[in-house]
Write a protein of this length. Structure first.
Length: 448
């Protein structure tokens, strides 16, 4: 568990008491509380305004039934969620996750993280998150469509380009966003492009949104190495997952001179010392929706390891891009012994508190997800800007904006960590920058 100041203990105990059975949410809150002590010493007014207590309480939590009929004619019932966490900086913004593990605690942890992340981007977006305990794996296209339509039939009343703007996350890509947007448009009779982001390019989407989270994480890694007088050039990288974030992290690592030698899915990992063949990976994962073991079947230089830990593969740069708590203290110890120099969280909270502590105490440059994977939501905000002005920007221009945003987030975290006495600690930097931006705006808007 992350160590926290004595004065934070009360806040922590209250959060745990009010939100029983939500360990991921407790973990995310504790991580932030572990960084905020020096801020309250410097700004005692924030404690008087009960800012921490207010920030830990979502503005609104919506839970709803999602009935649908599968291809065999059987009625299925899932549970849908949307947690509208904080709208002080703009409309709620954050993805939808379709995965059997989704529950209120997971959505709350993600919404809480999202609030800080969105503040870090400096864009006018609040924090929210949602999803359902629906498992899209093995479902036909028409089943996915029926599920999305039923999900949106309830959720639409809570959305709007000035209210709440979801995007994708695990299990929700452009196919699902298409079905969700289609149903929203049908129910409301409005072509309200700005109500969802991650749209297809010919119906309101923006270039670079697909690549943005992975690219942004690689840009962040490059910045962390730059301030240490190093770069990604020639570095061996390991990237967990093989979904949206992972694929485009691999792509940008390669463009910046690194070589990714391993990636994974929930069934195991592949090691390819010749470097991951991106075209093949995309073909299997994006076109065929296949499994990672198929990569090894088609690539002679690769081998597949069922189960096990991808973090046993030696590397200098590690990018966990799959899911929460996928990299534990043991894994971190192995990575450190194998000479890792930078760890960048493409996923949300993939490293456990013990793993983070191991990295930081061993001088590894460690980027928390709320900073490192903020490129996705930042580019979603750029998509909203393009929708609002009915414009579309080029790939080059949008990528430059993304790179600049990531460099800005890096600089803010780096400088703030220094100012508050924890040089090089991006966890402290990101938490303090996010907390200050949100809490100062909350103070300005009164007790709401
Ligand atoms: P995705 O396209 O659905 O891919 C998820 C990948 O992670 C898949 O390869 C999946 O393998 C693997 N995975 C999921 N659960 C796993 C588990 N329990 N153990 C091992 N592997 C697992 O999702 P994504 O959009 O890339 O999101 C990945 C992470 O990035 C999530 O933490 C998400 O919250 C975060 N994130 C995403 C965005 C975005 O723009 N998409 C932005 C910021 C943060 P299987 O196919 O076998 O399940």
């Amino acid at each position: 568990m992350v160590k926290i100041d004595e004065k934070m203990e009360n806040v922590w105990t209250t959060v745990v008491g009010r939100n029983p059975g939500e360990p991921e949410f407790h973990q995310a809150v504790r991580e932030v509380l572990g960084s905020i002590g020096p801020v309250l010493t410097k700004h005692p007014d924030l404690a008087e305004h009960k800012m921490l207590e207010r920030i830990c309480e979502p503005e609104r939590q919506i839970i709803f039934r999602v009935p649908w009929i599968d291809d065999s004619g059987t009625v299925q019932i899932n549970r849908g969620f949307r947690v509208e966490f904080n709208s002080v900086l703009g409309p709620y913004k954050g993805g939808l996750r379709f995965h059997p593990s989704v529950n209120l605690g997971i959505v709350k942890f993600l919404g809480f993280e999202q609030t800080f992340k969105n503040a870090l981007t400096m864009m006018p977006i609040g924090g929210g998150k949602g999803g359902a305990d629906f498992d899209p794996k093995g479902r036909s296209d028409t089943e996915i469509m029926r599920f999305c339509q039923s999900f949106m039939t309830e959720l639409y009343r809570h959305l709007g380009e000035y209210t709440d703007v979801p995007a994708g996350d695990i299990g929700v890509g452009s196919r699902e966003i298409g079905y969700l947007f289609g149903q929203y448009k049908r129910i409301t009779n409005r072509y309200e492009s700005g109500v969802l982001t991650g749209k297809g390019l010919n119906w309101g989407g923006a270039l670079v949104r697909t690549e943005a989270t992975g690219y942004g994480a690689a840009f962040f890694a490059q910045e962390m190495l730059r301030v240490r007088g190093d770069s990604l050039d020639g570095k061996t990288c390991v990237v967990s997952g093989s979904g949206n974030v992972a694929i485009f992290a691999v792509e940008k690592f390669h463009q910046l001179g690194g070589t990714t030698v391993a990636c994974s899915d929930s069934e195991g990992y592949v090691v390819d010392e010749a470097g991951i063949d991106l075209d093949l990976l995309k073909e299997i994962k994006l076109d065929e929706r296949g499994r990672i073991c198929e990569y090894a079947e088609r690539r002679p230089s690769a081998k597949f390891v069922a189960g096990g830990s991808i973090w046993d593969v030696p590397c200098e740069v590690a990018a966990p891009c799959a899911t929460q708590n996928e990299l534990n203290g043991r894994d971190a110890g192995v990575l450190v012994r194998n000479g890792v120099v930078a760890v960048v969280e493409g996923a949300n909270m993939p490293a456990t508190p013990e793993a983070v502590e191991t990295f930081i105490s061993n001088g590894v440059a460690f980027a928390p997800g709320k900073a490192a994977n903020a490129g996705g939501v930042a580019t979603s905000a750029l998509e909203m800007q393009q929708n609002a002005s009915r414009d579309s920007w080029t790939f080059e221009y949008t990528e430059q904006r993304l790179a600049k945003i990531m460099a800005g987030i890096h600089e803010a975290c780096y400088d703030t960590a220094d100012e508050y006495g924890s040089p090089g600690n991006y966890v402290v930097g990101a938490n303090i920058v996010g907390f200050l931006r949100v809490s100062q705006a909350m103070t300005a808007l009164g007790l709401i």
